[in-house]
Design a protein around this ligand. Sequence first.
Ligand SMILES: [Zn+2]
Length: 268
Amino acid sequence: MFICPICKSKLNIVGKSYCCENNHTFDIAKQGYVNLLPVNKKHSDNPGDSKDMVLSRRAFLESSYYDCFADKLCGIINSLFPDTQKITIADCGCGEGYYDGKLESISSDYDLFGFDISKEAVRYAAGKYKKCNYAVGSCFNMPLLDEGFDLALNIFAPMVESEMARILKKDGYMIYAVPGKSHLMGLKEILYENTYENEEKHTEYDGFQFIDRISVKNEITVNGEMGVNLFRMTPYYFKTEMGAEEKILKNNGFKTEIHFDFLIYQKN
Ligand SMILES: [Zn+2]
């Protein structure tokens, strides 16, 4: 289900490589992923999350704070695919694979293909979630076959609706998770003097019918270092002035709302 970044034809596994009909060859790394970023992008210094960010993310997510979101995601998938036929799933911007690991509890059998712009993130995903297939690739130029997927996930990744529509089968579903209004309010209150609720995303995308918005809210208590791990997963990490991590550590634990909206779409 992966495609060649040079000629866009289907890739097949040949020995320890992926190879297309035009003999473009991409080696499979020892953790099991393949780098499908176009060559010009590959040589710009590693895009996406750094190793430190990936490790923070994994430490935070594996401490179960976001299990309510993973559980709801599995519930939504079960409701969209009630007859347990085998489905193909694309995880667009898969990060270190946390949600992919959680999908093992859905009732359908599936093949999952995930990609992320961060090589470090993909390396960790591939190292842990052996049932899934991983590539380094971009949401703006997805390394995935046209109309190959029953379901595409986008969890806090860039939304490129034309690419989403391209990879989905007709009537396929897209689940787009976005931060809800009150997501991480408690963290923002530590970082900023004035805090605002997140804006609600509009719901129309070309080529898709909007089906539903499902909100999931919870309150969590985050202690010590774990607060810093959470901070490093957020866009605030890039936007906040120096000293933010010290502020979080000084606070010695905090409560925060967590709030995802799952937007569900069906391809026309
Ligand atoms: Zn090729």
